[in-house]
Design a protein around this ligand. Sequence first.
Ligand SMILES: NC(=O)c1ccc[n+]([C@@H]2O[C@H](COP(=O)([O-])OP(=O)(O)OC[C@H]3O[C@@H](n4cnc5c(N)ncnc54)[C@H](OP(=O)(O)O)[C@@H]3O)[C@@H](O)[C@H]2O)c1
Length: 330
Amino acid sequence: MTVYAADTKRYEKTPYSRCGKSGLKLPAVSIGLWHNFGFLDDFANMENMCRTAFDLGITHFDLANNYGHPYNGSAEENFGKILDRGLRRYRDEICISTKAGYGMWDGPYGDMGSRKYLVSSLDQSLKRMKIDYADIFYHHRPDADTPLEETALALDQIVRSGKALYVGVSNYNSEQTKAVLKLFRELKTPFIVNQPSYSMLNRWIEKDGLDKLAVEEGFGLAVFSPLYQGFLTSRYLKGIPADSRLGKGRTWIKDELDDAMVKRLNKLNEIAVSRGQTLSQTALSWVLRNSAVTTVIAGASSPGQIIENVKAAHRTDFSKEEIDAIEAAL
Ligand SMILES: NC(=O)c1ccc[n+]([C@@H]2O[C@H](COP(=O)([O-])OP(=O)(O)OC[C@H]3O[C@@H](n4cnc5c(N)ncnc54)[C@H](OP(=O)(O)O)[C@@H]3O)[C@@H](O)[C@H]2O)c1
C-alpha cells in the first residue's frame, strides 16, 4: 500500500466561506457519501473519490447513520477505513458531518428525534468511523411526536459531552427552524447550519423563505442533491446509462425523467455550454449564486465527476440573459 500524501496545493483550488455567522468555514463544494459508498460498492473507487476530493481542497465530508447500501452504516464503516488508510493523519483539516433522524435500527429507539435515539446513534457513528467527535451532528428530519425541547437539549448535551463540535438540522422548513433556533439560543448551543434540498429543479426553500431566514438569523445552508440526484448533469441527456443511479434503480425519481424533462435538461445543457461550463457545473454554480448557500453537497460515482464539479465554485456569476434563459427552460 502506498502512503497517501495530500496535494500540497489543495487549498488553492476551492474557495471557502463561513457557515452562517459561525467560525467554521466550509468549501463551496462538499462531498456527500449517501450513494456509492456502501458495502457492495467498489472500495478502491470510493477511496479514490475521497482522496481526489481532499486533494481538490474539499474538506467537508457529509455522512449519516443510515447511508450505505445494502445495510445502514456501511458508508460510515467505509469512510472509517478510508481514514485509516491515509486520510486520518489530516483529521484536523477535515470537517465530518453525520446525522440521525431516519430509520436506523429496529424497534422504538432507532428512528426520529428522541434523546435515546440521537445519543446512541451518534455513539455508533463515532465507532464506525473511529473518530472521537463529529464536526457537525444533524437531526436529520423533523419529528412532530417528540417534544422539540427534548431534541434540542439532546443535541446541546451531545456538544457539551464533546461528541460533536457544532449541530445542525436537516429538512426543517423555516417555521420549524425558527422554533428550534429559539431553543438553541436559550441553551447557547452552537447551531450553525440547516441542510435542505435545493436545485434548479427543486426550489422549495425560496418559496418557504428558508434562504431568507438563514441570512437574517445567521446560520448557513449546506444544500443537498444540488444536481437533483444526477438529472442536472450530462448523465441523462440521451437515455439512461446502466451504471447511473437511475440505471441501477436506486432512486424513486425515475418517473420524473419523461420526454419533457429530457427536453428541459437538453435546453439547460445548451445554456451551460454557452457559458463555457458543463451542465453539472452550471447547476452547482446556480445554487451557489444564492448568497444564503454556504456549500453544495454533491454526490459522485467517480473521481472525474468530482474534478468536474469543483470547478463550478469559480464561476458563480450569471448575466441577466443567462438567468432569464434558465428560467424559461425550467
Ligand atoms: N439531509 C438529507 O436528508 C439528505 C438527503 C439526500 C442527500 N443528502 C446529502 O447530499 C449528498 C448529495 O446528494 P445526491 O447524491 O442526491 O446529490 P446530487 O449531487 O444531486 O447527485 C449526485 C449524483 O449525480 C451524478 N453526478 C454527479 N456529478 C456528476 C457529473 N459531473 N457528471 C455526471 N453525473 C454526475 C452521480 O450519479 P451517478 O451515480 O448516476 O453517476 C451522483 O451520484 C448525499 O451524498 C448526502 O450527503 C442529504
